[in-house]
Every structure is written in structure tokens, then in C-alpha cells.
Design a protein around this ligand. Structure first.
Ligand code: AMP
Length: 389
């Protein structure tokens, strides 16, 4: 991923200028109010930076998927009071075409109420650009989309990455762009098919690739093991073998489970046993990596300097099949606390899994971006980042 992007300080004197800032206000709501203000807190550093440089801020953001229609339930309006509280300032709220007040911070209604947003329509991009003098993108989670408010507008104004997005890009660069070696990656989760491009990219970049979760079953099957009734994409047998071959060519050690935890039922506290790879019965489901595997993987983490993580090592929502995920997450957290490992993780389920393990706060960087984080792990250039170059 290209890392040549400008920062707010590169935009010159902002005195009396208005910065159009793309942010992520896609917060979870419960009964009309904000249930988790993590994303609102992430907006504050850039707003503070512009205001302390004597500038004004106009915030652009989407909410949900209104698909170019005005959907009142997807208005950004109910979020404004919570944002004002987090920012400690008055925040105005206006439609794109409405006359604006003179508040130092203004939120514009949901960008996706306009069909031109997702179509990256130049007229809409020009309307966004007309709101201010400079453009700042602070929404990494939307950077994989070439939309009017993430890509089109960036071409029309002097532009920069915001504080939160800049920090996120730097953390990602430290993890895969120019990392301290050896680099280990954990890729887990349900299916190989949803993370093929991730695996293909990582075998070329990392020293150790740890494959866990349901997707490990497909690799074990490809290697000739009987995985019984486990989740397994048998049609991806050849693809899995090519990935293993490419790993060999690039000097990447792939770590698959050497023992597994199996159960006959897919439910919490189902009767289970840890077995070797040749002892999986026809009606067994592999739901977690086994203790021997975990021990070996902790040593892999101990030998690494950098770790990238996406996806759980097993069916972690159901105890005790969270064992491998929790043990590895806690080992990564300990090594981070000891200053021995730089740890970057992302993707929806991964954040939940690390929180479940009590490891979240120790990680060097946790990305709350889902799609954008995965596309970054695939080694793809993100249009919203490329436009800032
Ligand atoms: P993903 O969204 O691809 O990261 O997949 C996450 C999901 O994979 C979680 O809901 C896990 O419960 C599930 N998962 C992980 N390992 C297994 C497994 N061995 N069998 C079935 N589901 C699994």
C-alpha cells in the first residue's frame, strides 16, 4: 500500500479556512442513542487539530446503507448530541444544500442519501469540495471504497490524512509495509473462500503464517487428513495446495494444527476431546486447535517481532472452543506488554475475540475497520488512501 500521503501539518496555514473532513460516524445505536462512542472519540484529534490551527470543520460521513435514498431512520441527526459531548463543542447539523450556520464544527447529513456518493459522481464530489478549502480523510474504514466523499472530493482540494487515519496507516505500515522481522500472521475464521486473497498475499510477505479456525480444516483435508463432519471447503483442495506451495517458494512457514478439539455437536459445552489429526471420527467436528498446537504456536509468537491477526482460531463464541483463540491472544498481549512484539489486529470478529480474551487493550493497534482492514491484508491499494498521495 502506498504510504506517501500528506498530514494536516502539510496543508499550510489553516487560519480562517474550512476543512472538509470525512469521518466514520457509523456508531451502533440503541433506542435512538449512541451505544458505543469509540468512533466518535476517534474524530476528536483531527477536529482539535484544525480548530487549534484557527480553522473550521465540516464533517462528512455515511450511516448505514440507504442506497442513495433519504431514509429518515439513517439520519446522522441523533448522533450529533453525542458527538458534541465527546468533542466538548457545539456542533451544527445541516443538509448538504441548506444554508449553514457559523458553528466551528458542522455535520452534514448522511452522504449516502445521495445516489452520487457510491457512484463517485463528480457533481456530488464538487458539491462536497465547495463546502471548504481543504479536504482531510479520517475514515480508514471507508477508504476501500472509491466514493464521492472518500475519493472524488480528494482530487478537487488540497488533501491530507487526518490524525486517526494517519495513525492507523502508520500502524499498518509497521505491521506489513516495513515491519521488523520475523513477521507472523494469524489468519483464522470460518472459510478459506472469504480470505483467499489474504492468504495469497501473506505467504509472500510474512515469515510465519498460522492458519486456524474452520479454514484450517480445508488445508488439513488437502493434506489428506479425514476431517469428519467439520466445516470444510472440499472444492478448495487444489487452491489450498497451491497456497502451501507458494508459501514454500517464498520461505514462509505455514503452521497448521497438529492436534484438534472435536465434538459431535456444534454448541457450547458440547462433550469434546483433544485428538491427533488421524483420530477424527466421521461424525466429529473440529471446533478448535488442540493444546499441543497452542504450545507450539506460542513459541512461534515468542520467536516473532511483529504479528498481524485476523480471525479466530476456533468457534470462540462457544466455550470451551475459545481455548486456542484465548491462549494465543493472551500470549500476544503478554509479549506486547513486555515490549517484545508489535501486534496489529483487525476485522469485526477478531476485535470481539480479543476483547473476549481480555487481550484487546494490550495490542499495539486494533483496527475497527472490517472491509478496509481485510483489503489491506490482501495487499490492495485502497482508493481513499491512494487519493491522498
Ligand atoms: P470469519 O468471519 O471468517 O472471521 O469467521 C469467524 C467465525 O468462524 C466465528 O463465528 C467462529 O465461530 C467461526 N469458526 C471458527 N472456527 C470454526 C470451526 N472450526 N468450525 C466452525 N466455525 C468456526
Amino acid at each position: 500500500m502506498k504510504m506517501t500521503f500528506k498530514r494536516i501539518a502539510d496543508l499550510g496555514d489553516l487560519t480562517g479556512k474550512t476543512a472538509v473532513v470525512r469521518v466514520d460516524l457509523n456508531v451502533p445505536m440503541a433506542e435512538g442513542s449512541v451505544a458505543d462512542d469509540t468512533r466518535l472519540k476517534a474524530v476528536k484529534p483531527t477536529v482539535d487539530a484544525v480548530i487549534s490551527a484557527e480553522g473550521r470543520v465540516i464533517l462528512l460521513a455515511h450511516y448505514g446503507r440507504p442506497k442513495g435514498q433519504v431514509v429518515p431512520e439513517m439520519s446522522l441527526k441523533p448522533i450529533v448530541p453525542a458527538l458534541a459531548r465527546v468533542l466538548g463543542r457545539d456542533v451544527g447539523f445541516y443538509g448538504l444544500d441548506e444554508p449553514k450556520g457559523n458553528e466551528a464544527v458542522i455535520v452534514i447529513e448522511n452522504t449516502r442519501f445521495h445516489a452520487g456518493e457510491e457512484a463517485n459522481d463528480p457533481t456530488l464530489a464538487a458539491a462536497f469540495a465547495g463546502l471548504g478549502d481543504v479536504y482531510i480523510n479520517d475514515a480508514f474504514s471507508a477508504a476501500h471504497r472509491a466514493h464521492a466523499s472518500t475519493e472524488g472530493v480528494a482530487k478537487l482540494l488540497p488533501c491530507a490524512a487526518g490524525e486517526t487515519m494517519g495513525a492507523e496507516l502508520q500502524a499498518l505500515e509497521n505491521a506489513l509495509g516495513a515491519p521488523v522481522k520475523p513477521v507472523a500472521a494469524v489468519v483464522g475464521g470460518a472459510k478459506v473462500s472469504s480470505k483467499l486473497a489474504v492468504l495469497e498475499n501473506l505467504v509472500e510477505k510474512v515469515d510465519h503464517l498460522i492458519i486456524g479456525g474452520g479454514m484450517a480444516n480445508t488445508f488439513l483435508f488437502a493434506q489428506g487428513y479425514d476431517v469428519g463432519a467439520s466445516l470444510c471447503e472440499k472444492d478448495l483442495r487444489d487452491t489450498a495446495l497451491v497456497i502451501l506451495e507458494n508459501a514454500k517458494t517464498h520461505g514462509c512457514a505455514v503452521h497448521l494444527p497438529t492436534d484438534v478439539v472435536v465434538a459431535k455437536e456444534f454448541k457450547a459445552h458440547a462433550e469434546n476431546r483433544a485428538v491427533g489429526l488421524t483420530e477424527v471420527d466421521a461424525d466429529d467436528m473440529i471446533l478448535d486447535a488442540g493444546p499441543e498446537t497452542v504450545k507450539a504456536l506460542v513459541s512461534v509468537l515468542e520467536s516473532a517481532k511483529t504479528l498481524v491477526w485476523n480471525g479466530p482460531m476456533g468457534a470462540f463464541e462457544m466455550e470451551p472452543f475459545d481455548m486456542a483463540t484465548v491462549a494465543l491472544a493472551q500470549a500476544a498481549a503478554r509479549l506486547t506488554d513486555e515490549g517484545k512484539l508489535l501486534t496489529v489486529a483487525g476485522g469485526g470478529d477478531t476485535v470481539a475475540a480479543l476483547a473476549h480474551a481480555g487481550a484487546k487493550d494490550s495490542f499495539t493497534h486494533i483496527s475497527t475497520a472490517g472491509g478496509a482492514f481485510l483489503e489491506w491484508m490482501e495487499g490492495r491499494e485502497l482508493p481513499g488512501v491512494a487519493a491522498l498521495g
